[in-house]
Design a protein around this ligand. Structure first.
Ligand code: FES
Length: 425
């Protein structure tokens, strides 16, 4: 019996080609939603790769030889033109990873280094470098010749693109509660506590925000929820290195650093916050009128969560409930809370009524010994921490089974979105 014909689908976010009867639940390469896939016409692609060569003059050899790698357009095809030791070659201008512009990369030996996440492809054969994450991959190559001092390139693929099958990163696919692979709606709710307090963890000290966070998690357990505590001070993770500043599409989920550096422990936060928890309680001290530096280090690395909305129409945080605990020797609580609420709101999180609790001794009473005693002994503060968790649990239960933001989020007026009115410069 003849096997059923498999269809092919192309991810419009990163160019990944998927074969199956329908688009995948999410792109195995970049995590984009199934709505971002288009049918992929392989017959048309192989026609494009047919041997009939039409040469196009792309410029003077002397001038083009000045740059080891440069991007050129040949018809509708973007190509990385390489010149090494006076010899020209041409490979696709689109990286196999998530479509980075290889023509804007640099040459390292015979390899073109992608400017986004440093995948390396042979500038002549298009093959991924041995030992690199792209080993086994190939980007298309194109015929090049020099005649009468002019460089001529053919837009017909001389060799095709090859994507080596890879196991997607475990965080690529997020199964929500009630979905296949996710917890059942009736399973206990899950509460994550994130401590952003910095300290010498081998010589711990008293932290007022941690004290109230522990109170909150204890209440969650008393209510039958599962809990998980993440202390940022115990994790080794790199600061955000600005992939978004290269291009919004270079900031990917899971985070570029998480995918490239197995030793980076921000994965612990992503796993608890994005995949595991239904409720997240973030606790921060106030430092010079701001949240803690570890809090900012964490949220910069969370840009990849928000950016999925922008580049892939993918909502990773649809029904996540966030509550905040803010304590400090000095004031500025409302400013800190406002900034934190804005950030988690931008991620798509939900908030309970009265979404934060806070405490400070104030400007003229920054006596930390008394502050510690106050937080330790105050029944009011402990009840407030428990009450915050109660409200988060109520909000979470009310949202179970409710579809929030499952569809397309209109992007007009949002970050990094090109409006449909052309600017006049
Ligand atoms: S897009 Fe080229 S390495 Fe990521």
């Amino acid at each position: 019996m003849a096997a059923a014909t498999e269809r092919a689908w192309c991810c419009t976010v990163c160019g990944h080609v998927y074969r199956g009867d329908a688009p995948p639940e999410c792109c195995p390469s970049c995590g984009a939603a199934p709505t971002e896939f288009e049918p992929y016409d392989e017959a048309q692609e192989s026609a494009a790769a047919a041997p009939a060569i039409e040469w196009q003059d792309v410029g003077a050899a002397e001038e083009l030889a000045r740059q080891p790698v440069q991007e050129i357009e040949v018809g509708h095809t973007t190509i990385a033109l390489v010149c090494r030791d006076g010899q020209f070659s041409a490979i696709s201008g689109k990286c196999n990873h998530v479509g980075g512009p290889l023509g804007h990369g640099h040459l390292e030996g015979e390899h073109v280094v992608c400017p986004w996440h440093s995948w390396r492809f042979d500038g002549a054969t298009g093959e991924g470098k041995t030992g690199c994450a792209c080993e086994g991959d190939k980007v298309p190559t194109y015929a090049v010749k020099v005649e009468n001092g002019r460089v001529l390139v053919s837009a017909a693929e001389a060799t095709p693109r090859v994507h080596k099958p890879r196991t997607p990163h475990p965080l690529t696919k997020i199964a929500l509660r009630g979905q296949p692979g996710g917890p059942a709606v009736t399973d206990p709710l899950r509460v994550v506590g994130i401590s952003t307090t910095n300290m010498d963890v081998s010589n711990p000290r008293y932290s007022t925000s941690d004290r109230l966070l522990n109170e909150a998690l204890g209440r969650a357990r008393d209510c039958g929820a599962e809990t998980r505590l993440v202390r940022l001070a115990e994790l080794q993770f790199r600061a955000c290195e600005g992939y978004y500043s290269k291009s919004s599409r270079a900031c990917i989920w899971p985070c570029s650093i998480t995918q490239m550096d197995p030793a980076d422990q921000m994965q612990v936060v992503y796993d608890a916050f994005v995949r595991w928890g239904d409720i997240v309680i973030v606790a921060t001290p106030i430092r010079w009128g701001q949240a803690s530096s570890l809090y900012y280090k964490m949220v910069e690395r969370m840009n990849c969560i928000q950016n999925q909305e922008t580049i892939a129409n993918r909502h990773l945080m649809r029904t996540k409930v966030v509550g905040l605990i803010i304590t400090g020797g000095q004031d500025n609580i409302q400013a800190v809370a406002g900034q934190m609420l804005t950030f988690f709101g931008e991620l798509g999180c939900q908030f309970p009524q009265y979404p934060f609790i806070a405490h400070s001794r104030g400007w003229s009473a920054e006596d930390m010994e008394n502050n510690v005693r106050y937080v330790e002994e105050s029944k009011d503060l402990h009840e407030a921490a428990a009450g915050l968790v109660d409200r988060c649990l109520d909000t979470c239960r009310a949202l179970l089974g409710v579809s929030i933001g499952a569809g397309h989020v209109p992007r007009g007026g949002r970050k990094a979105h090109e409006l449909d009115v052309h600017a006049q410069i």
